[in-house]
Design a protein around this ligand. Structure first.
Ligand SMILES: C[S@@+](CC[C@H](N)C(=O)[O-])C[C@H]1O[C@@H](n2cnc3c(N)ncnc32)[C@H](O)[C@@H]1O
Length: 285
């Protein structure tokens, strides 16, 4: 059987003409298990087959445990209605397209992108970008066959006009870079939480309501023209172990005391509300 590294290398080779050196923007060429740009910058492909194209150090809360928790939550179908809806939208908007990348900007541990692409019949060249190396490493391990890249969205290592559809799911946007990499007719699908997202956690721990969604939406409207907009609301019951994972993976849980969490998990657990806004948009001319 082919190794994960070999499968991932093939996926990187497929999209390599669209890659840009994070230092100088030049084209990158694949040479065995390395990429080399015209000016001589070299990047090795790390096991199990991902690219590290970050040109600066970072400090992030998104570490191994968090992404492992996110994957366990994903594996019990927590995000299934979301990925199903996204695959449907991608199918509609990619219909007839034969050229360009499907990119997930802020892909985390890659489960959404891998599932969406599976539902699309694995036909598109896809790229998952995230600044957290650990998420990308896990994506390459768990979902081989896609191009997984550690990179900063503020300096996307992709060529201009390379991307036909850009997903940006619960992650920060970098509109200047999105505009640069998107084709003229390319589309952005941005997903952000609705006001009621995980409201039971806010209620249980006395946390403030968030107004973040309004700010995200206003910023999107400044930059993009809305083509289609949907809301998605559902409720999920979780076991105590998966509820613990949820508290580990969401920023809402990051400042809670361990004793508070233990006490909560021993009680009767509420179903959690999941609410998303999905916006399909085109950059303003
Ligand atoms: C809430 S997580 C969402 C991950 C994934 N889209 C999902 O829905 O499971 C936000 C992600 O954005 C990534 N992120 C934050 N700032 C970034 C940046 N400047 N460049 C690339 N990724 C970034 C984080 O590392 C994290 O994986």
């Amino acid at each position: 059987m082919e190794s994960k590294l070999a499968v991932n290398l093939r996926a990187i080779r497929r999209i390599s003409p669209q890659l840009a050196c994070p230092h100088c923007g030049g084209h990158l060429m694949l040479e065995e298990a390395s990429l080399l740009c015209e000016t001589g910058h070299r990047f090795d492909i790390a096991k199990p087959g991902y690219l590290f194209l970050l040109d600066h150090g970072i400090h992030t809360k998104y570490e191994r445990q968090l992404f492992e928790a996110r994957k366990r939550i994903s594996d019990v179908g927590f995000f299934a209605p979301l990925t199903e809806k996204l695959a449907e939208l991608c199918g509609i908007y990619l219909k007839g397209q034969t050229d360009g990348l499907l990119v997930d900007a802020g892909t985390g541990e890659g489960s959404h992108l891998a599932e969406i692409n599976r539902q699309l019949g694995d036909s598109f060249p896809v790229v998952g970008l995230d600044i957290a190396k650990e998420g990308i490493r896990q994506a390459a391990r768990d979902y081989p066959g896609h191009a997984w890249i550690t990179a900063d969205l503020a300096a996307c290592p992709l060529q201009e006009d390379s991307t036909v559809l850009l997903l940006n799911i619960l992650s920060p946007a970098s509109y200047g870079e999105f505009d640069r990499i998107l084709k003229k007719e390319g589309l952005l699908i941005k997903v952000f939480p609705e006001k009621d997202y995980l409201q039971e956690i806010r209620m249980a721990f006395g946390l403030k309501e968030s107004s973040g969604h309004a700010v995200v939406y206003a910023r999107l409207l400044e930059e993009y023209t809305i083509i289609q907009e949907e809301t998605l609301h559902y409720q999920k019951a979780l076991s105590a172990e998966r509820f613990r994972d949820l508290l580990l993976m969401t920023p809402l849980g990051w400042h809670l005391e361990a004793a508070q969490v233990d006490h909560f998990l021993q009680g009767e657990l509420p179903q959690v509300t999941v609410g998303y806004r999905l916006v399909v948009a085109r950059k303003k001319a």
